[in-house]
Design a protein around this ligand. Structure first.
Ligand code: 13P
Length: 243
């Protein structure tokens, strides 16, 4: 269960979140929190000894250099991150991310020993035009270009239909299942059945405590990538408990 805070929470608010967060002692899923860059050290500190991993929300593909405003994989790893989100639809929509840049970031994340959470998903016009599978196939193929099985097995995929993000309009469990089964078939076609079965495929888009169980009950939905509901420690704890 991964929390993507997007551009929310200061350092002080991050500390407050972790103080207020009470997770079930016995958990059926791994827990990951992706705060904004500035709050990563505070999150790492607060998560210590609690079996909560911290993630970056993005990274640049060079490890250092004259790239004003960017953050690299080795920097995230040195700060204590274990994961990094790559290719979120907001990055694709507002910041010019393409399948090719997703691929470069993915290679850089693996080189820095981070677990990449690679996001894919169609827009509403693409869904209405019957292009869901074509879009998912293109994003998966482009994002994973050149990767071998050893690299691919270290990755997590996240299906995030753009029309369900921040809209309160959740995909039905059947829609999520259908898209994610297709994604797993793409993974299988490229890397074989064993790797495909072992890959975690998360669903993201208006996941809430009242819909988490029905989504997670789908055979190809292995977890959630949560925006809005992850900002509240009580709601996030309910999501982890509801897995
Ligand atoms: P919401 O849960 O706010 O719809 O956001 C989903 C998301 O984009 C997670 O990365």
């Amino acid at each position: 269960m991964a929390a993507n805070w997007k551009m929310h929470k200061t350092v002080a608010e991050t500390r407050e979140f972790f103080t207020a967060l009470t997770l079930p002692a016995a958990r059926a899923c791994a827990v990951v929190v992706a705060p904004p860059y500035l709050a990563i050290p505070a999150a790492v500190e607060a998560a210590r000894g609690r079996d909560i991993a911290i993630a970056g929300q993005n990274l640049y593909w060079e490890s250092k250099g004259a790239f004003t405003g960017e953050i690299s994989g080795p920097m995230l790893a040195a700060a204590g991150c274990g994961y990094v989100i790559i290719g979120h639809s907001e990055r694709r929509q507002y910041f010019g991310e393409t399948d090719a840049t997703v691929n470069r970031r993915l290679v850089a994340a693996l080189a820095a020993n981070l677990t990449p959470i690679v996001c894919v998903g169609e827009t509403l016009p693409e869904r209405e035009a019957g292009q869901v599978e074509a879009v998912l196939r293109r994003q998966f193929t482009g994002g994973f270009e050149g990767l071998d099985a050893t690299a691919a097995q270290r990755c997590v995929l996240a299906y995030e239909p753009v029309w369900a993000i921040g809209t309160g309009k959740v995909a039905t469990p059947e829609q999520a299942q259908q898209a994610q089964a297709f994604l797993r078939a793409c993974v299988q076609e490229r890397f074989g059945a064993e790797l495909a079965m072992g890959m975690s495929i998360l669903y993201g888009g208006s996941v809430k405590p009242d819909n988490v169980k029905s989504l997670m009950a789908q055979p190809d939905v292995d977890g959630g990538l949560v925006g809005g509901a992850s900002l509240d420690p009580v709601a996030f704890a309910a999501l982890v408990a509801g897995f």
